[in-house]
Design a protein around this ligand. Structure first.
Ligand SMILES: [Fe+2]
Length: 124
């Protein structure tokens, strides 16, 4: 199953998505430092407030993240990914963290908090 591979700069907060990793030792550099791989569900923060709550209904994937949406702390985007497709819905602090996507098989749903990083739920 395909996974989202993100790299983050801990100095300037730049975030990049890697489509094909180089698998060599050179890695990705920003602000003169190697960018860190962003691992889902690994930040020391409330799982209940970050992990996408997913419901499949009427050929839709309905996603809710039970998180505050404030100007300095909010869910920036929600993504649905499987082996063939990847779709993002970008949010701002005036939105609610509740979105829906067309159904796709074997999907993983990701949410990204501007302070607490990447979270995921796999649809069984
Ligand atoms: Fe958060």
């Amino acid at each position: 199953m395909r996974e989202l591979l993100l790299k983050k700069c801990n100095n300037c907060n730049a975030l990049i998505k890697v489509i094909n990793d180089c698998n060599c030792k050179c890695s990705f550099v920003c602000c003169d430092e190697i960018m860190e791989t962003v691992n889902a569900n690994s930040t020391d923060a409330s799982i209940e407030k970050h992990k996408p709550i997913v419901k499949v209904e009427n050929n839709k994937i309905k996603v809710k993240v039970d998180h505050v949406m404030e100007s300095d702390h909010y869910i920036e985007w929600i993504c649905v990914l499987n082996d063939k497709e990847e779709k993002y819905i970008y949010l701002d602090s005036s939105d609610i963290a509740e979105v829906e996507f067309d159904y796709v098989d074997n999907a993983t749903v990701y949410s990204y908090c501007n302070k607490h990083g990447l979270w995921k739920t796999t649809i069984e």
